[in-house]
Ligand binder design. Structure first.
Ligand code: ADP
Ligand code: ZN
Length: 526
């Protein structure tokens, strides 16, 4: 059965698009013909269409499970404007409004219903679904933000794990799970937790070729920001992220005094102000939103021309998500960031002060390290980002800062060999903290316990400080020479790429920031 002509027609006539993007067409055909699917696509990739269009192709109503109330509202509003009968059911509706939605459902008037997971899982709702199925049919189940099943993620939602009930009670209804979280462990967890073993997986590239990434050391951040805005984005809409509410307010006020159309946004502002600022950002031209991470989720503005970070985000995932809000229309956009070691200190303090369990904190620290490694890396930014998400990229995009202006580096071949052989000698079972203690010849309880003072790498790294060794390790991780096991106490192990370096067949150049005070001349160790 071919559904392409009908899909094409709806794409143009209902959604007003001329062509499918990426894998949208294949996904839509698969789901519309009754297949289960797992869709991994970066934010802005066009996931919604992957279930909205099949919903219109199949008889009955499509049930969309979403954890975000604000997002449901936006989507329903947008669909209604396109003339599609859609509603949502969540805690923001009072009893009367909810009843009105249920009655529209039962009359078979709706094509899409957005529902929060806890509502879906109630007995009364599941019974309602059975009646619907008998009377009008169920077009499909779409499970949005499917990574919420993962307890390692930041958005863990226990109810998501109970969604297998859909498969058990409605085995004939196709399911499509969607997420922008790309890493393989999360993907495996989604498949297992949602019983999607037989689903076809559609994995889009996470590359955002139209985003130009730039990272600089923080010197005079306001001046740096001002220059960036003036020279590159004088009339553009953009987002500036800051770590704290106070800094958001101060930065927005400062920009205003300089004549910029800047508005603050953070969770401490009252709802009316937040809503008003968001509306202005979406509807007016050239507004700069100065915000904490509270801003952005579900914001769909295609022509954001820049995303600036005045403080480090807490992980590569956050950095990717936040910068990903730029250039959704496919036109060039800049991701600009300044960072300093002060940022790292305050982020670590925040993490340490949090009430997360110890192992969770450890994962958070490693995620921050991975981001730092990215900042410090000397190779193509696109390549480093994609490597983190397990995807290959040829590198040399020709437009990121590292491709355009090769950074000043020092020949770190000897230091890299020391760092790598220390990993190897210690049995590939330790994190950076201990490895650096060994390189510096420290006498710690751990060193005693494992008798590491006997290793040939013990104390050979005294030419570098602990901070410099940290940077060496981070850069070796960022370039894929070492890999870190987040869930195993940050153990470092060698990859294939370490071999030629250890054998002395390949030289290593690292960013100047990590240059040793005196040259490293000790005999290399194999
Ligand atoms: P995601 O949910 O993956 O973050 P969305 O579904 O919100 O992405 O889509 C992102 C943007 O891309 C929206 O502005 C949407 O209207 C637009 N879009 C999606 N599919 C297409 C298409 N085939 N052609 C043009 N624009 C599209
Ligand atoms: Zn590049």
């Amino acid at each position: 059965m071919t559904i392409s002509p009908a899909a094409q027609r709806i794409l143009q006539e209902v959604f007003g698009y001329t062509a499918f993007r990426g894998k949208q067409q294949a996904i839509i055909e698969h789901v519309a013909t009754g297949g289960d699917a797992l869709v991994l696509m970066p934010t802005g990739g066009g996931k919604s269409l992957c279930y909205q269009l099949p919903a219109l192709l199949r008889p009955g109503v499509a049930i969309v499970i979403s954890p975000l109330i604000a997002l449901m509202q936006d989507q329903v509003e947008a669909l209604t404007q396109l003339g599609v009968q859609a509603e949502f059911l969540n805690s923001s509706l009072d009893a009367n409004a909810a009843r009105a939605v249920s009655s529209r459902l039962l009359q078979g008037e709706l094509k899409l219903l957005y529902v929060a997971p806890e509502r879906l899982l109630t007995n009364s709702f599941l019974n309602l679904l059975e009646r619907l199925q008998a009377q009008h049919g169920l077009a499909l189940f779409a499970i949005d933000e499917a990574h919420c099943v993962s307890q390692w993620g930041h958005d863990f939602r226990p109810e998501y794990r109970k969604l297998t009930v859909l498969h058990q009670r409605f085995p004939s209804v196709p399911r499509i799970a969607l997420t922008a979280t790309a890493d393989a462990p999360t993907r495996a967890e989604i498949v297992e937790r949602l019983a999607l073993e037989n689903a076809q997986q559609f994995i889009a590239s996470f590359d955002r070729p139209n985003i130009c990434y730039r990272v600089a050391i923080k010197r005079n951040p306001r001046q740096q920001l001002q220059t960036f805005l003036e020279t590159e984005h004088a009339h553009d809409a953009g987002i500036i992220y800051c770590l704290s509410r106070k800094k958001v307010e101060e930065t927005a006020a400062w920009l205003q005094t300089r004549g910029w159309d800047a508005l603050p946004y953070h969770a401490g502002l009252d709802a009316t102000t937040r809503h008003q600022h968001q509306r202005r950002f979406l509807r007016e031209e050239g507004i700069i939103m100065v915000a904490t991470v509270a801003f952005g989720m579900g914001i769909d503005k295609p022509n954001v021309r820049f995303v600036a970070h005045l403080d480090l985000p807490k992980s590569m995932e956050s950095y990717y998500q936040e910068t990903g809000r730029g250039g959704r229309d496919g036109l060039p956009a800049t991701a600009w960031m300044v960072y300093g070691l002060g940022d790292v200190v305050s982020l670590r303090q925040m993490m340490d002060a949090g009430d997360a369990p110890e192992e969770r904190k450890l994962v958070e620290r490693q995620k921050l390290d991975a981001l730092l490694g990215f900042c410090e890396s000397t190779t193509c930014r696109h390549q480093t980002i994609l490597r983190y998400f397990g995807e290959a990229h040829p590198g040399d995009c020709g437009q990121c800062d590292n491709c355009l202006n090769p950074v000043e580096t020092w020949d770190a071949t000897e230091a890299a060999r020391m760092a790598l052989s220390c990993v190897y000698r210690c049995g590939q079972r330790f994190g950076t903290g201990h490895l650096i203690d060994v390189l510096l010849g420290k006498q710690t309880a751990q060193v005693e316990k494992f008798q590491h003072q006997r290793l040939s790498t013990y104390g050979i790294g005294k030419a570098l400080t602990a901070q410099q060794w940290s940077s060496v390790y981070r850069q070796l991780v960022a370039t894929g020479v070492l890999q870190v096991q987040m869930e195993a106490f940050g153990r470092l192990s060698l990859t294939e790429a370490a071999r030629p370096i250890l054998r002395g067949e390949q030289r290593v150049f690292l960013r100047h920031d990590a240059q040793p005070a005196k040259p490293v001349t000790s005999r290399p160790e194999r």
